[in-house]
Design a protein around this ligand. Sequence first.
Ligand code: BTN
Length: 326
Amino acid sequence: MSAEAAARILDMLREREAPLSGAAMSKSLGITRSAIWKHIRSLRREGYHIEARPASGYRLVAVPANPTQWEIQAGLGTEHFGTTIYALPQVDSTNKVAFRLALNGAQEGAVVVAESQTKGKGRVGRRWESPTGSNIYLSIILRPKITPTKIPLITLMAAVASAEAIEEVAGLLPAIKWPNDLLIEGKKLGGILTEADMEMDRINFVVVGIGINCNMTRSSFPPSIKDTAASLQEALGREISRIALIQAILRHLEQWYTRLVQGRGEEIRGRWEELSQIRGKEVEIAFMGEIVKGKAQEIDADGALLVQEAGGEVKRIVAGDVHIRG
Ligand code: BTN
């Protein structure tokens, strides 16, 4: 269905309590009444409760609680991010879907969200548990004109944007653990997986995948993450709106991304360091088959973590698992 027509039908119905006739909608949108009816039917399939009365018209009775494209876009407030949204019930991995779309030319800012993933991907080949209907699984396509060496900054930017969005919607600011873990009381609330299609000196596109445990309750945590994961519902004792959180993520992401492409990477590094509190801590990092131990320094201009070993040598870490000692 035409995304624009469906969105406008919903807007018109949202604006009023009283029923709106098919004829009025058809006139205002310049499409036939039967086209209006087809849109209404599709919206109903997506979970919109739209009443139809032969004499008076259509009335919106209830909207779905799950993040449909229309609910995310209503009042989103971004310039480009989320102009195109694929909201799907189940996928293998939103990153894989976004990657395929990007290969086929999807535009920057296009978003894929899913209710569940059968092959959710975590970092370093791990699995990302993705039960149905309670969490956020989101991937966004970016086409930044920056050098490939700066890709780690994109992950840091996504972590900062997600943490700020969580604070805005849930009133609770997660800590960031290098490079991309979002933590509450030391447990993993979310993570980011950045994947790129690039050549030696050029990025074709980047897919940033964000997973956040929202409304999973302790009893519904998959066994493999029961001891290590957190969810917002568990931390707050109430459900949060996934729609509001997705909207906030897209807004914060767009703001930080603008800074990134304007060459203001130092602002991302600064904010990331504030949220991570890693600087000066003794860390142990498994990186390229070796264990690097030392004191965490700053993030360098490309987003790598600098670690000073006991002998004074400074190592540049671009990937790996950080363990903070003590
Ligand atoms: C990690 O911390 O290991 C990264 C987890 C990233 C998970 C998200 S969920 C949405 C997107 N699709 C995926 O398959 N993975 C990312």
